[in-house]
Design a protein around this ligand. Structure first.
Ligand code: FMN
Ligand code: SF4
Length: 465
């Protein structure tokens, strides 16, 4: 291996690192590149999968990614964050997911389903959830949008654990390659894990061991359903950074807390096979997806949230205020810090170093900003992680794995700018890259037309012709 300058390596050495296969305990992926979870409202209102999602997932497999980790997939309708997301709440959803698996397997790409439950972070839960408080570890409302919540009873906990287990069984029956628990970014599992959110006084609150009880019960229930050999991983916050918006709120879990949780989830070799490291106890959060938050887009799309949380109108007024809007944007950037590419790498390294000493077969995937071969090879080489997951850079360049084989990254003007316009549009519009400057054209109109054509291409070919 040849080091050329400032710790950088020859491109061919980076390519060897990135395109070496990755062995998990029960799964082998052809390279170190994972498509990170990317939700989009592509499906039927009632959670049945649609042909658009097939097209969506297929294009990343075609682009050379080793494994796709699905979008947020609710295990129950009460766990939905937005309408039009395909669910896994019933056996009659299995055929759709089976088709997704077949489509991506055709390219030698694996598919892991993200089993998810919103808890109180239920942005727009749909008409089924209209007059109900969201289930959570706590009866405190979510502190950003103000979504009302009620602390789950022991019976509701048991029922939800079972819903996760059945979701995993269905994923296995659909022929998918594994499941991931969404234990990061403020959803139900985080609401139990986080010391900044969980205020229970029963067996599921208090000590870190008690807070981890809910997810450990889920892991055990899943293993009972799918056996020891089906791939199971957990997306988890390295650090919660729970006080990002209101500094007087509790900070939430530290790296040490997370390490304790990870150790518990090994469950003496019978638990999880891998961890997917993120950060931030809400979604979105300045650290996730790390980047900007365009006030113009917030003003345009946040209106959809007005009927969701009791604080949404207040937030909307702030975003529309000539001083409040820019101030929010400033706070957002300040809280994120200066590093975007590899923002969670140091958390992943700390956890990986400690966990692999206990069990060397456990693998780590790190998310956050990756789109250059130098940076990706660096984190793998330094043992911060075994592979990286990418979301926005792949929306911007669906064939990024192919690009990374040839060059350090996309050419100038084609990179993902981390503007997060994809995220904000996602509340109302089809998921895609909405950074107009990235599109060809001599005038704004031309660029805009090209952007719309690209975004809408996910609907092609149409179902009926
Ligand atoms: C539009 C959008 C939708 C996302 N949906 C999910 C999701 O369903 N589940 C999840 O765990 N993360 C989700 N994320 C977070 C990404 O998976 C990823 O971890 C994060 O964006 C950082 O990676 P990146 O810098 O490569 O985008 C989403 C991000 C974006 C931008
Ligand atoms: S809109 Fe495009 S450039 Fe901006 S963050 Fe999303 S994918 Fe990247």
């Amino acid at each position: 291996m040849t080091q050329v300058k400032d710790g950088a390596f020859l491109h061919e050495d980076n390519v060897k690192e990135i395109f070496a296969s990755l062995k998990f305990r029960h799964l082998e992926v052809k390279n170190r590149l994972f498509r990170s979870n990317l939700s989009g409202m592509f499906d039927e209102y009632n959670g049945y999968g649609g042909h658009t999602r097939l097209n969506w997932e297929e294009k990343f497999a075609k682009g050379g990614i080793g494994c796709i980790i699905s979008s947020y997939t609710p295990v129950a309708v009460r766990g939905r964050i937005l309408i039009r997301y395909a669910m896994i709440d019933h056996d009659d959803k299995i055929p759709f997911w089976s088709e997704v698996g077949k489509r991506v397997h055709a390219y030698g790409c694996h598919f892991i389903m993200q089993l998810s439950h919103s808890g109180r972070q239920q942005d727009m839960g749909g008409v089924e959830n209209l007059y109900r408080k969201a289930l959570s570890s706590t009866s405190q409302k979510d502190y950003f949008h103000g979504i009302l919540a009620q602390a789950m009873t022991a019976g509701e906990i048991r029922q939800t654990v079972e819903q996760f287990a059945q979701g995993a069984r269905r994923a296995k029956e659909a022929g998918l390659d594994g499941v991931e628990l969404h234990g990061a970014n403020g959803y139900l599992i985080t609401q139990f894990l986080s010391s900044g959110i969980n205020d229970r006084t029963d067996d599921y609150g208090g000590s870190v061991e008690n807070r981890a009880r809910f997810v450990l019960e889920i892991v055990r229930a899943i293993r009972k359903e799918v056996g020891p050999d089906f791939h199971l991983q957990m997306k988890i916050n390295g650090v919660d950074h729970n006080g990002w918006l209101y500094p007087w709120k509790k900070k939430g879990n530290t790296l040490e807390d997370t390490l304790t949780i990870c150790k518990l989830l090994l469950d003496d070799g019978k638990g999880v096979d891998a961890f997917h490291i993120s950060s931030g106890s809400t979604f979105p959060h300045p650290r996730n997806p790390p980047g900007d938050i365009s006030v113009q887009n917030l003003r345009r799309w946040y209106g959809g949230m007005l009927n969701s949380g009791v604080r949404a109108r207040f937030n909307f007024a702030i975003f529309n205020n000539p001083v409040g809007g820019p101030l929010f944007n400033w706070l957002w950037r300040l809280r994120r810090g200066s590093v975007i590419e590899g923002i969670n790498a140091s958390y992943s390294k700390y956890l990986r170093d400690a966990i692999t000493q206990i069990d060397p077969s456990i693998r780590f995937i790190c998310t956050g900003g990756f789109q250059h071969a130098n940076e990706i090879a660096k984190v793998i080489r330094s043992h911060a992680c075994d592979g990286v997951s990418m979301a926005r850079p792949l929306i911007a360049n669906n064939d990024l794995p192919k690009i990374l084989r040839e060059a350090n990254g996309p050419i100038k003007g084609k990179e993902c700018t981390y503007c997060n316009k994809c995220l904000l549009n996602d509340l109302a519009n089809p998921l895609g890259c909405y950074e107009v400057s990235r599109y060809p054209g001599d005038t704004f109109d031309e660029k805009w037309d090209n952007m719309i054509e690209e975004v809408m291409s996910v609907f092609q070919p149409p179902l009926f012709r």
